[in-house]
Design a protein around this ligand. Structure first.
Ligand SMILES: Nc1ncnc2c1ncn2[C@@H]1O[C@H](COP(=O)(O)OP(=O)(O)OP(=O)(O)O)[C@@H](O)[C@H]1O
Ligand SMILES: [Mg+2]
Length: 255
């Protein structure tokens, strides 16, 4: 099996904060891999390091056998990224933006047009593509960012909280799309706080806490490891990350 992403003892510190600590991950090609963890646990930092946007202090990262530190441009060509808060050129129309991105990747004009049309239709954005992005809703911006990440058919898709602003139908479209891409061999790394989504979409999941990997496996394996085979992934997550005292916290807040 091809290893799509390998992290070996990767660490990253921002001043006093150890954002990622000695992290090892092996993600097989065609897999949908979920990063779960509370706020500030190092999910986004890990993803940014995989893409070469943040430089690790130590350790090594390879994407489809390419060393990210040594050959960052080669890696960027085969990946698509949707950040937590997509930063689009708001003075362009949706269509102009997608055209611009496709041109950066040097896509053929015919293929580009067909691909963009197909995606706009799938995400129910047709008819809105000639409006300025500044007038789009949050979810519409997210959809444009997702289309932009997919246009050049990446081998690795990195999605930071991809379903956050999407309505249920759009979220379902994205979930199905991720599965379909996985069938075609595309690897996806996604972070999410929504545990049902992780359960429904991800083949394997790593639970991060304060920059460290607490556990890794399929959602069934995580339940086994936590000795909670009949529990939901949410209960396992809360146990592993030490936040199963939620009830006490809420009571204290209201007292
Ligand atoms: N550029 C930066 N400068 C300083 N500290 C940073 C920077 N980026 C991340 N951090 C810190 O590193 C830690 C991990 O942040 P990160 O964004 O990776 O968390 P996360 O798991 O994605 O959280 P969230 O669920 O809130 O998105 C946090 O304590 C954060 O404040
Ligand atoms: Mg984040």
């Amino acid at each position: 099996m091809v290893q799509a992403v390998v992290l070996e003892s990767v660490s990253k510190r921002f001043g006093r904060i150890q954002a990622v600590r000695n992290l090892n991950l092996e993600i097989e090609g065609g897999m949908v891999y979920g990063l779960l963890g509370p706020n500030g646990s190092g999910k986004s930092t890990t993803m940014k390091m995989v893409m070469g946007l943040v430089k690790p202090d130590s350790g090594r990262i390879c994407v489809y056998g390419i060393d990210v530190q040594r050959d960052p441009m080669k890696v960027k060509k085969i990946l698509g990224y949707v950040p937590e808060t997509p930063c689009l050129y708001s003075f362009l129309t949706g269509l102009e933006y997608l055209d611009f991105i496709a041109d950066i990747y040097g896509m053929d004009a015919e293929i580009k047009k067909a691909q963009i049309e197909e995606f706009l239709e799938a995400f129910e954005l047709e008819g809105r593509e000639n409006e300025m992005i500044s007038g789009y809703s949050h979810g519409m911006k997210q959809k444009i960012a997702l289309i932009a990440a997919l246009l050049h058919k990446p081998k690795l898709l990195v999605l930071d909280e991809p379903l956050g602003g999407l309505d249920p139908k759009s979220a379902r479209i994205v979930k199905n799309l991720i599965h379909k891409l996985a069938d075609d061999g595309v690897t996806t790394i996604m972070s999410t706080h929504v545990l049902e989504i992780a359960d429904a979409v991800c083949d394997r999941i790593a639970i991060l806490y304060r920059g460290e990997k607490l556990a890794e496996g399929t959602s069934a394996e995580l339940r086994e490891k936590a000795q909670m085979p009949k529990s939901t992934l949410e209960e396992v997550f809360l146990k592993l990350t030490g936040t199963n005292d939620v009830k006490e916290i809420v009571e204290a807040l209201l007292s």
